[in-house]
Structure formats: C-alpha cells, structure tokens
Write a protein that binds this ligand. Structure first.
Ligand code: UT7
Length: 333
C-alpha cells in the first residue's frame, strides 16, 4: 500500500464585524497611524464584542463555513484540534465547545497551545493521525480572541493584535498533494520576553494580579522581533534545503502575520519576491494562531492544485516552525 498523506481539502475563516482602526487607537493611546503603519504594516484589526463571547464563537463560525463548503457531514469528523492561547475557559477545552457547536458528535477534540505557531503545531499533529491511518477526517483550527488579554492602555501591544481565525479539513490521500514536511521548534527560555503572567497555576487571579495588570500580554517587542526575524527565516530556509526547493519552486510563502518587517525579512532570506508572499496583516493585524488559516482563506481562490506552499511562524514560548505542503485543489471563491 502507498504511504498515506494528509491533504487540506478546504479552508474557511472568520473575523468579527467590529473594525478597530488606527484612527480609533489614536484616541485611546499615544500613537499615530503613521507609526503603526510604518513599524508594523497594520491599518486595522477586528474585535469580537459582546458579553460572554469567547474564542469558540470564532471557531464555530469558521468550522461551520468549512463544513458547508466541503459538503462534510459533521458526524463524520473524527478529531477536532483547536490551536489557541485564548481559550474560552481554562477547561473544558475550546475544541470541546467547537465540536459541540458544529455537531461533530462522533469526534474527540482537544486544544493545543503554541501561541502564534499553534496552527502549524496543530497541522503537524493532525497530519500524524491521518498518515498513520487512524482517522479519516481531522479538523484543525487556529483561532484567538486576543482582545481578551490585551491592555488597551499599552501602546506597545494594543496596536498589534486582533481577533479571528480559521479552520482546515485534513483528509487522507495516496496522491502527490498534501502535507510533505514540518520542522517545529520551541525554547522556553523565551518565556520571559512574551507571556501573560497571571491567571494560570503559578499566579492565580487575585486582587494583586489584577492591580498589577498581569492578566494582559507582556511583550519585549524589540527582543521578540530579533528572535522572530532570525528563527522564522532560519527554519524556512532549512525546510527548503531539506526538500531541495529553490525559490522558483515555491508558489507562496504563507507567513505568520506579526509584523510586515518580519515577513519581508523572511521572504528576503528565502529569495522569494513579495508577489509570492501572502499578506493580510493590514486588515486583521496579528491574530496569533489565526493568521495562517486566515491567509489561506483570503488567498484560496488564487491557489492551484500542486502549488508548493511554505507556511512559517514564530511566537510566544518561544515557538516556531515551517511546514511544506503541496496544495491539493484549484481555488474557489
Ligand atoms: O506574534 C508573536 C510574536 N510577536 C512579534 O513577532 C512582535 C515582534 N515585535 C514587533 O513587531 C515590534 O518590536 C513592535 C511593533 C512591537 C515595536 O516596534 P519596534 O520598532 O521594535 O519599536 P520599539 O519597541 O523598539 O520602540 C521604539 C520607539 C520607543 O520610543 P523611544 O523609547 O525610542 O522614545 C517606543 O516607546 O517607539 C515607541 N513606541 C511607539 N510609538 C508610537 C512603541 N509603541 C508605539 C506606538 N506608537 N504604538
């Protein structure tokens, strides 16, 4: 029997309606549209408003769209993996809530946390179950409601992040297309530069943690920037070399959308022109685990069967990685 591969047979995304523009941020913190645009490439981001609405809302919307467009019976889904660092609750997992919300009654489901690299970790994990022949239909989501952990008085973080995400369906194939290779890395020494200090088991919520604003993202931006540029580029070049890929062989680089300057630096190191780099940071900002599926969703109509894609990410942990896949179908609107 030929070796099984996992291929993406559909992608769908969801972003909330509310648009937080640079102009509105100018009224909240001391910043300017000019600074944000030139330093990050971001013009606006989406925010999920409404009491009691968590990340699962984003996941359910994306998953429902995916089920509909792929004609999938939710009862046939074997496994739902949700990559997020903003779960609805510490437990149960957001994946449990999404699976319930879409009627995936025969699936099991779990969350996976690797911050901005979460979708790549999820994709690699789902791929293993398909390649092993254990499961036939695996849904992988990357979704985050970053606005729930952002301090909107801190101009160094609040201008970057937004809410949103997407979902892909993985199915088995014996053909050429599918997920071919992944390189995933992590280094907990990076935790000091990017984390949310309180709310976990080390510093449970207390009056003190709230007063100290420790339930928000803490980031030493310039340090994270340096690690991001180096590691995202290194791992992208490594996966090209390991698979004997030249820049011309690659149809698209699908980079995590944290900062346009990090994206450009990665593409330059790979020798890839900007016309082959997916980019939607200007309209969604950094949606953490959501950026890569949101890019695939935005560019789906332009993708062709057999296109070589390199997906690359860097984020909190630190975590980073790259995935090489051959796109499995011709785009659709
Ligand atoms: O996705 C997860 C991983 N995260 C990332 O990859 C993010 C990586 N980091 C970055 O993207 C960038 O470091 C930031 C966008 C966060 C910051 O850009 P930067 O060019 O590294 O700026 P900086 O932190 O070095 O700050 C430069 C100056 C400072 O002022 P002084 O000290 O030079 O007077 C900041 O206070 O810019 C100031 N600044 C701002 N000014 C206007 C910082 N934030 C703002 C702001 N508006 N929003």
């Amino acid at each position: 029997m030929k070796k099984l591969k996992a291929k993406i047979t559909g992608v769908h995304g969801y972003v909330p309606d509310y648009v937080l523009t640079n102009a509105e941020l100018e009224t909240m913190v001391e910043t300017s549209d000019e600074w944000i645009t030139t330093r990050t490439g971001i013009k606006e981001r989406r925010i999920l408003k409404g009491e009691g609405k968590g990340t699962s809302i984003i996941g359910i919307e994306a998953a429902k769209g995916l089920i509909e467009k792929t004609g999938t019976d939710p009862a046939q889904i074997d496994l739902v993996i949700c990559a997020t660092c903003t779960p609805d609750m510490l437990f149960p997992s957001t994946a449990n809530l999404i699976a319930h919300g879409i009627g995936a009654v025969n699936s099991f489901s779990y969350d996976l946390q690797a911050a901005c690299s979460g979708f790549l970790y999820g994709l690699a994990t789902g791929t293993q179950f398909i390649e092993a022949g254990t499961y036939k239909k695996v849904m992988v989501l990357g979704v985050d409601k970053m606005s729930s952990i952002i301090d909107y008085t801190d101009r160094t973080t609040c201008i970057i992040f937004g809410d949103g995400g997407g979902a892909v369906l993985l199915e088995a194939t014996e053909g050429e297309e599918g997920i071919i290779d992944s390189i995933l890395k992590s280094d907990g020494a990076g935790a000091q530069f990017l984390h949310m200090k309180a709310g976990g088991s080390r510093y449970p919520a207390s009056h003190e943690t709230i007063d100290a604003r420790e339930h928000y993202v803490y980031q030493e931006g310039a340090t994270v920037f340096k690690f991001a540029v180096k590691n995202m580029a290194d791992v992208s070049v490594e996966i090209m070399e390991r698979n004997n890929l030249q820049a011309d062989d690659i149809a698209w680089l699908v980079p995590h959308q944290a900062n346009m300057r990090i994206i450009d630096a990665t593409a330059n190191r790979m020798g890839i022109g900007s016309e082959k780099v997916m980019n939607n940071i200007s309209k969604y900002g950094n949606t953490t685990a959501g950026t890569i599926p949101l890019c695939l969703w935005d560019y789906e109509s332009t993708l062709k069967k057999g296109d070589n894609l390199i997906l690359a990410a860097f984020g909190g942990g630190f975590t980073w990685g790259a995935t090489y896949l051959k796109w499995a179908y011709n785009g659709q609107d």
